[in-house]
Design a binder for this molecule. Sequence first.
Ligand SMILES: Nc1ncnc2c1ncn2[C@@H]1O[C@H](COP(=O)(O)OP(=O)(O)OP(=O)(O)O)[C@@H](O)[C@H]1O
Ligand SMILES: [Mg+2]
Length: 266
Amino acid sequence: MSFLTLDQVSHYYFSPSNYMKALEDISFSINEGEFISIIGPSGCGKSTILSIIARIIEHTEGNIYIKDEDVMHSSVQIGYMLQQDYLFPWKTILDNILLGPKMNDDTTEETANKALQFLEDVHLLGTENQYPSELSGGMRQRVALLRTLITDPDILLFDEPFSALDYVTKLKLENIVAKMVKMYRKTAILVTHDLGEAISMSDRIILMDTKPGRIANIFDVPESIRNIEPFYVRRHTEYQTLFDHIWAQLSDDTVTERNQQYERDN
Ligand SMILES: Nc1ncnc2c1ncn2[C@@H]1O[C@H](COP(=O)(O)OP(=O)(O)OP(=O)(O)O)[C@@H](O)[C@H]1O
Ligand SMILES: [Mg+2]
């Protein structure tokens, strides 16, 4: 069964004197446990899609279902992680992670132990009584991930969570996030500008076009590289082939002979 379905979703932003169509006819489905990435030029509506799924804004046209229920009436828990970590500087790392459970009056010992287990999973055990200012950017993003995971969301939405980090930290974090998503069997959508990141982390990639934002193509990542750690995926020939294929469409919208050959071969 499909976990999340967007069916011909369009969205307009209105101002008192004007309006603009940000999304046109967006349709796709995600199965439970699937990891998809959305890539495309700046302004094509990637963040708008995530905000709509997270129910932060209401879409103008079309339907969105989570487990066959209208998204607006769904009780499904959604976790949202952004480029900035938004940790509270005056709270310890553990208190930052336990923010969601505290708001839900779930302050049991079990939840605190789960937070410590999470910290161990991401190699941060020992930092629980420190403050965010004592941690590096990559460590803080790991804490932000745990704060999102602790509420046990059914779906995780990532909006460029690694883009403010240096390259090495980013690669390490991709591995950790991929491991945690798999280990805790989460469904996830990642928005990124980094095609390599999209290929190495996902099962499928949605390529968007702009003005108005719409889906240009959807690519399956080959099975053979899906369950490999993101860092090592980049060494495979299947990775390079898919990279070149999508890159050709990103940089040139005429279908080249090479693309047609790829379609025939795959
Ligand atoms: N609150 C808003 N009010 C009006 N227009 C908006 C608003 N938010 C986004 N837009 C417009 O909608 C379009 C899509 O924006 P969105 O932020 O979803 O794009 P994006 O693909 O996430 O871009 P980027 O890669 O730069 O983050 C853009 O033209 C943007 O200017
Ligand atoms: Mg965005």
